[in-house]
Design a protein around this ligand. Structure first.
Ligand code: ADQ
Length: 492
């Protein structure tokens, strides 16, 4: 089993002679104002959880977009600041973007073109030349910052996600012999029929083929990528080694299913503070004596929120005897709200919640409580622990960490996970109750069947899922990628 210590050890032993640079759009720490004073906030999510301790162990450099109001008030002239702020041990180099750059690179090409292109959610991608230009410029800006940090030395660079598809090529063009590159793509890779509509497909593929190692969550996404390359690029494909050679450069393609800090979550979830928070939520949402259904998502059209609400509606149509017996808590965090598609989705969810609550309400009881806010990790864990059923109904999702967090929090081995078969997580967690969010009949029936599972069956399923995540934790994800990366040798 991989632990945080194993990872730190690996990096200390093998990376001492080189620089280690992580690059991502989102930063591990942000600086902002609170009551007139500058304070800081740690970023959330698996990547920060896994890589922050590595960076602390190897005195690395993390390059990211500085998007908080006080970010550049604490940095030097190059945008550098030592983090973690309470125990400075590595360098965060912030890249500064103008509003126009943020709009074209982040909202525009990343989230209006690549996000819908890679998710089979039947949302048409929008390709605008100006957004592409800004996406390229910003990738170049990231490359300049990294090259400045590498200087005349040698570095291992670990790139995150779809915001930075061109970055590997810019780096290799300038310093091929001095940089070894891994890139992890956190979202699905689409099939050829879908990908081929992208006007900038060749530039994107060339960008990604500059990596030495390219990772996706599951084998299926690797297969899709290899297939797209076979049809779009002159290259040599080795299906046994899972490698692609273009010119004299070879890229290895591998699946690495991302995960969560299973042990850390299990321990925190059983603390007294979480017990207190559970009591608070039970009172706040009037949960006593009722079964609790829970969903937690960014409000995104890939997460299947309307599909879930429709399934609750159908379930109550068919089984009205369940009225007053449960509450469905939908916790949603607003995201990308500047984009029209997200504004419309938000309006649609509000209308659906109002309609369904009106239709099924009884003596002051309403089936759905919709809370739109960001929750702290402790609040999340309290909600995971007090719920009977956690529903993840994404219509397409690279992995989905909510499913894994829920299982990690259930040290009592109770609670049932309902999981969309279109998430990467469903490959590792077949003991969840698997659903098809497009099939409202099957989905609503699955809710009914989940209510009637025996306690023994629930424990059996949860025990198996916990065993899977205990082994496949976030440190294993990072450890596997970095061990592979360290096998590459610098060219003389
Ligand atoms: P996301 O699409 O953001 O990530 P997901 O994996 O579910 O999706 O992670 C969401 C994270 O945000 C979870 O850690 C969750 O707890 C947190 N979160 C959600 N709603 C919240 C709220 N209201 N308050 C606080 N926290 C909230 C992308 C891909 C996924 C892939 C990850 C990691 O789309 O498929 O699993 O990257 O690779």
């Amino acid at each position: 089993m991989w632990t945080k210590k194993d990872l730190q050890q690996l990096i200390k032993e093998k990376m001492s002679d080189y620089k280690f640079i992580v690059v991502s759009n989102r930063q591990p720490y942000g600086h902002l104002f609170k009551k007139g004073k500058i304070t800081h906030q740690r970023g959330v999510g698996g990547v920060v959880t896994a890589l922050d301790p590595i960076m602390q162990a190897c005195n690395g450099i993390w390059v990211a977009y500085g998007n908080q109001e006080a970010d550049f008030l604490v940095t030097d002239e190059k945008g550098r600041v030592k983090v973690p702020p309470d125990n400075p041990s590595y360098t965060l180099r912030r890249v500064q973007l103008t509003k126009e750059e943020e709009s074209g690179y982040y909202y525009g090409f990343s989230n209006e073109a690549l996000w819908p292109l890679c998710h089979m959610a039947f949302q048409r991608p929008v390709f605008r030349n100006r957004n592409w230009e800004l996406y390229s410029n910003v990738n170049k800006k990231f490359a300049d910052a990294i090259l400045d940090e590498v200087g005349d030395g040698k570095a291992f660079v670990f790139v995150q996600d779809f915001h930075l598809a061109l970055l590997p090529r810019y780096l290799k063009e300038e310093a091929a012999s001095r940089i070894i590159l891994a890139h992890f793509w956190h979202i699905p890779w689409p099939n050829y029929e879908t990908f081929r509509i992208c006007p900038q497909k060749h530039e994107i593929l060339e960008g990604l083929l500059a990596n030495d190692l390219l990772g996706f969550h599951i084998r299926y996404h690797c297969d899709n990528f290899m297939d797209v390359i076979a049809r779009e690029m002159e290259s040599k494909i080795d299906k046994e080694r899972f490698s692609i050679t273009k010119g004299d450069h070879t890229t290895i393609v591998r699946p690495y299913p991302i995960s969560v800090d299973f042990k850390g979550i299990s321990e925190l979830a059983t603390s007294k503070e979480i017990d207190d928070l559970m009591e608070y939520f039970k009172e706040e949402y009037e949960l006593s004596g009722k079964k609790v259904l829970l969903s937690v998502d960014r409000i995104d059209y890939t997460k299947g929120i309307p599909e879930r609400l429709n399934a609750i509606d159908r379930f109550l149509d068919k089984y009205p005897e369940f009225k007053e017996k449960f509450v469905f808590l939908q916790m949603g965090q607003l995201t990308r709200i500047l984009l029209n598609k997200y504004k419309r989705l938000n309006d649609r969810i509000n209308a659906l919640v109002a309609d369904i609550n009106w239709k099924h309400s009884k003596d002051g009881w309403e089936p759905i409580t919709f809370t739109r806010r960001h929750l702290s990790l402790k609040e999340l864990l309290a909600l995971y622990r007090l719920s009977d059923i956690c529903i993840v109904s994404s219509i397409h999702d690279g992995m989905n960490l909510v499913a894994k967090e829920f299982v990690s929090a259930r040290t009592d081995k109770k609670g049932v996970l309902m999981l969309s078969q279109f998430t990467g997580a469903s490959r590792e967690l077949p003991d969840a109750v698997l659903i098809n969010p497009y099939d409202v009949e099957q989905f609503s029936e699955a809710i009914y069947q989940t209510f009637s599972l025996s306690e023994g069956e629930k424990t059996k399923r949860m025990t198996k899922m916990r065993q899977v995540l205990k082994d496949n934790n976030i440190y294993r994800w990072a450890g596997k990628i970095l061990s592979e990366l360290l096998k590459f040798e610098f060219k003389e």
